[in-house]
Structures are given as C-alpha cells and as structure tokens.
Design a binder for this molecule. Structure first.
Ligand code: HEC
Length: 158
C-alpha cells in the first residue's frame, strides 16, 4: 500500500516536471522593441535646445574662437542642434503633405548642424560661419513652411 502511494506520488511528480519543462521551453512571444516616442512639446525643444544653442554659437563665432576649448564647445553645441533635428523627425504634423515637408526641414537642420560640428572640429572659422548661416536658413525654412512667426538670425549684431 505505501509502496503504491509512493509510486503514485513519484508518477505525479514526474508528469508535473515534464509538463513544466515543456511549458517553459515553449518559445516566448517576441517582445516588441521599445519605440521612439516624443515626450516634450515642440515648443520646448525650440526654447530649450534650438534657440539657446543657435544664439550661443552666434556669439562664439562672432570672432574666431581663441583656443581648442572654445572650438570644442562650439562643436558640442552644433551636435546638440543636430540632435534637435533628430528629435524633430519624431514629431511631424499629421497631414501627409505636412509630414513630408517637416521631415525634409528637420533633416536639413540635422545635416547642416552636423556640418557645422565638422567645421568646428577642423577649427575652420570661415566654414563654421557659413555652416551656422546654413543652420539659420534651415530653421527659417521650416518656420516659413509652417507659418511660425519666428525669424532666426544667428549673427544679429553683424
Ligand atoms: C522642422 C521644423 C522646425 C525647424 C527645423 C525649426 N523649428 Fe523652430 N519652431 C517650429 C514650430 C512648429 C514652432 C512653433 C511651436 C509651438 O509654438 O508650438 C517653432 C517655434 C520656434 C520658436 C518660438 C518658441 C516659442 O517660445 O514660441 C523659436 C525661438 C524657434 N522655433 C527657434 C528655432 C531655431 C533657432 C531653429 C533652428 C536651429 C528652429 N527653430 C528650427 C518648427 C521648426
């Protein structure tokens, strides 16, 4: 009698173990990878990233930067502007026509700012100034397209 019970318990255990190991060996449903999601308002990106870095670059490049540290600072600010372009790519308006224009302008900002970062890394003053003017144009083209009454001038005193 006890032997039968023991045997019975062993069989129950074995069946359970097989069942469990089978359950765990089933392929897990593929987890969706995290997606890019805008969090801040576009206005905040303009006020906190685009505008201050453009103004600061205008001041920094008003005359030729004196040392490597200043150039490196300019490079960093340009890269932040380029990343602002990436963040804008995540926030197109909902209409199809609007979306295309938006993505074009956001990519223009990213690419012109990345060019500015390269000029700063090369400590090329003329190229850097030209590139910053190009960044300003990219800002203004988007503002014009979307009727934003903000005119960006990176060198207001000159
Ligand atoms: C892809 C389009 C796009 C680009 C590129 C862009 N902007 Fe804007 N900007 C906008 C939109 C849209 C608004 C209006 C946001 C709102 O009020 O909700 C805006 C608003 C602004 C404002 C006003 C913010 C406020 O307080 O109302 C400033 C300043 C500004 N942008 C600066 C810049 C600068 C500097 C650049 C370039 C370095 C730039 N923007 C590039 C779309 C763009």
């Amino acid at each position: 009698m006890t032997r039968t019970r023991l045997l019975f318990a062993a069989v129950v255990f074995a069946v359970g173990a097989v069942f469990l190991s089978f359950a765990y060996s089933q392929p897990q449903p593929a987890k969706k990878p995290p997606r890019l999601e805008p969090v801040a308002e576009t206005k905040l990106l303009m006020e906190g990233l685009a505008d201050p870095n453009t103004r600061a670059l205008g001041k920094l490049l008003a005359a030729k930067p004196k040392d490597a540290e200043a150039w490196n600072f300019a490079r960093g600010q340009a890269l932040l502007l380029a990343e602002a372009g990436n963040l804008l790519l995540m926030r197109p308006p909902r209409t199809k026509a609007g979306e295309e224009a938006w993505q074009t302008h956001a990519a223009e900002l990213r690419d012109s700012a990345a060019g500015l970062a390269r000029a700063a890394a090369a400590k090329d003053y003329l190229q850097a100034r030209t590139a910053l003017a190009g960044v300003g144009n990219a800002c203004n083209r988007c503002h014009q397209t979307f009727r934003v009454a903000v005119r960006v001038d990176p060198f207001p005193d000159q």
